[in-house]
Design a protein around this ligand. Structure first.
Ligand code: AMP
Ligand code: ZN
Length: 470
C-alpha cells in the first residue's frame, strides 16, 4: 500500500518514496530543555509518534533520531536576547548543565507516560559541538559565511538562490520588511543567521567551547543539521517538527545543510499544527504560564486520555485545547477500553493471527497510509470492535494490532485488574530505576515481581509483563 504524506516543501500530499527500499529515516526536532515541555509540545510528539507507528504498522523499517537542545540559545529567533539555558539556571539557582539534565529527564517521563516510542537515537547538542564546527567550516570553505567582529559567524542567505523555499519566497521578503530596529544592523540581510556566536568579552558563560573562530557557542539551527546528517546521511527521508519551525528553524537547517553538501537535505517535511488555548492563543515555554503533562494525573486523568484527545484531531488541523475536550476524550477512551475488554471476553482464548485482508484491516491501514489519518483509523477501530458480524477472535486480533499504532492502552483496565496487589507499583518503580540506570535496584525489583508471579521483559517498546501462570 502506498503511503502518502503531506510535504510542506511541495505543499501537497505525495506518495512517500524512501531513499532505501522499505526504510524510513526520520529526524524529529526535540525539546529545548530549559523548562518543562508543555502539552502543546507533547501534541507534536504524539503526532510524530503516530507517524512512526503508522509506518511500522504498514511494514516500514523506521530509524528515528531526536535531538535534545541543551546548548544555551538566545531567546529571540534573531540571534539576540538572553540565553535560554542561563535564564533557566538563574530562575532556579542551578547550573545550566543541571537544568539541562533535570528537564531532559522530566521530558522523557512525560514522553513515556504518553506512550511515545523512544527514538532509536537521542542526541544532546552539547555532545555534537565538533560536528557543528565541522559543518561551519564546510560552509566557510564554500564561501557561505561572513564574520561580524565581536559578534559571530553568520550564514549569508543571499548566497543561496533558493533560500526560504520551505516557507515561500514571500516570507524572506517579509523578514526584510518586518525586520525590527533592534535587529543586528551589521548582518547583511535580516534573515542571515548565526553559525557560531562569540562569547562576549569579559562574560563568563556556563556553556561555551573553543572553535577555529574563537570561544563561543553554536548558532541554534546548527545542531539539527549536524546531527541529522551524522545519523541519517546527507539526505534524509522525513523531517518533523511543529509548524512554528517552518519559517526560521527548518528554513535555516535546509540552507546550511544544502549549502554544505549540495544535496537535498530532507525529501519530506511534516509539520504538526499548534495546540492553542482559547484565551491567550498559543502555548509557549518562554511566555511562562503553561500546562504540562504532569497536570493530567493531578486532575485525575490517565495521560493516555490526552494522547487519545490529540489523536482524535488530524495533525494538520489546529487543536484548540479545552478541559471539556480532555474530559470527553477520557470518557471516550473508557468506552473504547470497555469494548476491547468485552471483545476479549467474547473471544475467550488467545487471539489468532489478524486477517490482514479483512475489510476492517484494510480500511484501518488505508486511513494510516493517507497522511496518517488517525481520526479515521480510530473510527474504523470503534466500528470494528462493535461489529458482531466479525467473529470475536478476529476482532480481538485486530484490537491487538491497532494497539501497536494507537498505543492507547486498550487493554489497560483489564491488565491492571489481573496484576497481583502491589505489582503495578513495583513495575513503575522498576521503570524509574531503569531510567536512572540503577541496574542493581532494577534487578532486585525484577526478583520481587517474579516472587509475585509477574514476569518482566524489557523490549525496545518499553517494559512488558506477563503472569507466570497466565
Ligand atoms: P521546543 O521545546 O520549544 O523546541 O519545542 C519542541 C517541539 O514542540 C517542536 O517541534 C515545536 O515545534 C513544538 N511545539 C511548540 N509549541 C507547540 C504547540 N503549542 N503545539 C504543538 N507543537 C508545539
Ligand atoms: Zn531542529
Amino acid at each position: 500500500m502506498d503511503f502518502r504524506l503531506y510535504n510542506t516543501l511541495t505543499r501537497q500530499k505525495e506518495i512517500f518514496k524512501p531513499i532505501r527500499a522499505g526504510e524510513a529515516g526520520i529526524y524529529t526536532c526535540g525539546p529545548t530543555v530549559y523548562h518543562y515541555a508543555h502539552i502543546g509540545n507533547m501534541r507534536s510528539y504524539i503526532c510524530e509518534d503516530g507517524l512512526v507507528r503508522a509506518l511500522r504498522f504498514l511494514g516500514w523499517k523506521v530509524k528515528r533520531v531526536m535531538n535534545i537542545t541543551d546548548v544555551g540559545h538566545l531567546v529571540s529567533d534573531a540571534d539576540s536576547g538572553e540565553d535560554k539555558m542561563e535564564v533557566g539556571a538563574r530562575r532556579e539557582g542551578k547550573s545550566a548543565w543541571d537544568i539541562a539534565k533535570f528537564y531532559t529527564e522530566a521530558f522523557f517521563r512525560d514522553y513515556n507516560a504518553l506512550n511515545c516510542l523512544m527514538p532509536e537515537v537521542v542526541c544532546p547538542a552539547t555532545e555534537y559541538i565538533k560536528e557543528m564546527v565541522d559543518l561551519g567550516l564546510a560552509l566557510e570553505k564554500k564561501g557561505f559565511t561572513y564574520s561580524i567582529d565581536g559578534d559571530g559567524v553568520y550564514f549569508d542567505t543571499a548566497r543561496l538562490p533558493d533560500y526560504g523555499k520551505l516557507a515561500g519566497r514571500a516570507h524572506v521578503e517579509g523578514i526584510k520588511e518586518g525586520a525590527r530596529v533592534e535587529a543586528n544592523a551589521l548582518k547583511r540581510h535580516p534573515a542571515d543567521f548565526a553559525v557560531w556566536k562569540f562569547a562576549a568579552p569579559g562574560e563568563q558563560r556556563q556553556m561555551e567551547w573553543d572553535s577555529p573562530w574563537g570561544r563561543g557557542f553554536p548558532g541554534w539551527h546548527m545542531e539539527c543539521s549536524a546531527m541529522a546528517m551524522k545519523h541519517l546521511g546527507e539526505t534524509i527521508d522525513i523531517h518533523c517538527g511543529g509548524e512554528d519551525h517552518v519559517a526560521i528553524h527548518h528554513t535555516n537547517e535546509i540552507a546550511q545543510s544544502e549549502a554544505a553538501t549540495g544535496k537535498p537535505f530532507s525529501n519530506y517535511w511534516m509539520h504538526v499544527r499548534f495546540l492553542v488555548t482559547g484565551d491567550s492563543g498559543k502555548m509557549s515555554k518562554s511566555a511562562g504560564e503553561f500546562l504540562t503533562a504532569a497536570v493530567l494525573p493531578q486532575k485525575g486523568y490517565d495521560p493516555l486520555a490526552y494522547r487519545y484527545y490529540c489523536l482524535l484531531t488530524h495533525y494538520r488541523k489546529q487543536l484548540e485545547f479545552s478541559w471539556e475536550g480532555v474530559e470527553a476524550a477520557a470518557r471516550g477512551l473508557d468506552g473504547l477500553r470497555a469494548l476491547a475488554a468485552k471483545v476479549k471476553a467474547e473471544a475467550a482464548g488467545p487471539a489468532p493471527a489478524a486477517d490482514r485482508n479483512a475489510k476492517h484491516f484494510q480500511d484501518f491501514s488505508a486511513a494510516l497510509a493517507d497522511d496518517v489519518n488517525m481520526p479515521a483509523a480510530l473510527a474504523v477501530l470503534w466500528e470494528t470492535l462493535k461489529d458482531s458480524s466479525i467473529p470475536a477472535p478476529q476482532r480481538l486480533a485486530f484490537a491487538l494490532a491497532a494497539e501497536e499504532v494507537t498505543a492507547l492502552g486498550l487493554f489497560k483496565a483489564e491488565e491492571a485488574q489481573a496484576l497481583p496487589e502491589g505489582a503495578a507499583a513495583l513495575i513503575a518503580e522498576r521503570e524509574a530505576a531503569r531510567k536512572n540506570k540503577e541496574w542493581k535496584k532494577s534487578d532486585e525489583l525484577r526478583k520481587a515481581l517474579s516472587d509475585k508471579g509477574v514476569l518482566i521483559e524489557d523490549t525496545p517498546q518499553g517494559t512488558k509483563w506477563k503472569l507466570a501462570r497466565g
